[in-house]
Ligand binder design. Sequence first.
Ligand code: PLP
Length: 476
Amino acid sequence: MFTKMNVIGKDIVVDVVDDCTKPCDVISKIAVIHDLEEKDDAFFVMDFGDIVNKFEKWEALLPRVHPFYAVKCNENPAVLRLLAALGTGFDCASKSEIKEITDMGVSPSRIVYANPCKPNSHLKFAAQRKVSLMTFDNEMELQKIRKIYPDAELVLRILTDDSTAQCQLGLKYGCHPQHAPSLLRVAKELGLNVVGVSFHVGSGCRDASAFSDAIQSSRMVFDYGSALGFDFQLLDIGGGYPGQSSAAISFEEMAGCINQALDVHFPEGCGVRIISEPGRYFVASAFTLTLNVIAKRAVARDIQTFHVPGSEDLVANTVAPSQCDEPAYMYYCNDGVYGSFNCLLFDHATVQPSLLKKMLLGEPKFASSLWGPSCDGLDRIMENCLLPELHVGDWIVFEDMGAYTMCAASTFNGFPKPICYYMANESTWNFLKRIMPCPVEMEPAPPPCNTKCFSDSITCPTMRSGLSIPHLERGD
Ligand code: PLP
């Protein structure tokens, strides 16, 4: 059943499905509908249940740490509205993120302005919106804050070892713990209110001991603070948590390390409030992207190594290509590195394609490359993969595409960003109806519009009757 839901003044369409239905079933259904309507648009499917599950897992495994979702990671309004309803705080990095969150009615006390180098105008906006908790890591920032927002509650961001992380941030931000005393002394002289310490172990952290070391360093800085007469009450352990099951480290392992370090350095009852700034953790696996093959070229095969989707292909992955005449294929798709796959460049992501169409037993595979739609040769999604022969109009699916994808996508060359559809299993939907406050309204979607034939003509086993997807604006 497609249901309309109003999220922050915009209608989104949610496919409410039974509890056994998986995102891939919903994707198949939407692809069939697109085929019937002769639409080839790339599209995301977001699963509300995935985010709810992540939240519950966080609560179970890191009960002492209150998450402030890093808006920069994915500012989809449905994500923000859901997390607000679940009770997270928000890490905002700019005026526009602060505006978006406070406009939703979220209290400014649930926001940390976690950007150590803030433009004056954004700082003034934070002051207007009473977003007082903010990070800093240098003396100039302290001077600026004293002038613009002297009552702010300041959190000193320290440098940590992020050398093994997928995206390192320490090159740009963080005060070395050894320099913390002199910076804190300046803050004291300026009469500023420093309330705690923060760090970020790097996005996509691969080594849980980075958290233990950073928590230990934070303890040291807390002690410097006490010696200078500050009464720190907040520890912000930043982001860096894995967002997908294929990550190099599990959330369980990371949480175990964090809890152990907190118990040693900031034990229960010590009076320190602990917050964090998870981004990819909440959204990576909730979004699946489906692309259409819009063009294809057969080329001479000249490939030495293969990256192979699907488990059975791990064997083939180790087999050197035979010297036969079979072609290689270049497939052009309708999203690329100027769109959602900017994550390949900016987030150092690796992506894994799978196909919607069923493969036949023993179907041959060919060396293939996947390209985006723009005219730039840089716009390549995958250099070498083994795929069965695809055709124009086929659909290619990429899971775990929710983090640092659409937030930095452009419409370069006039190629639009993918549409987003939403799904919720019935149990999640009933939960959403209980927790989503006004002005979220839920009502049945309008009756089938230009797709009257759906329920009669589609034989896809996962489909329910009376299907159509109401019109959606792009980039929702
Ligand atoms: N906090 C800050 C200050 C960041 O810069 C980032 C990401 O760059 C995050 C939180 C979110 O990190 P992650 O998505 O790895 O959890």
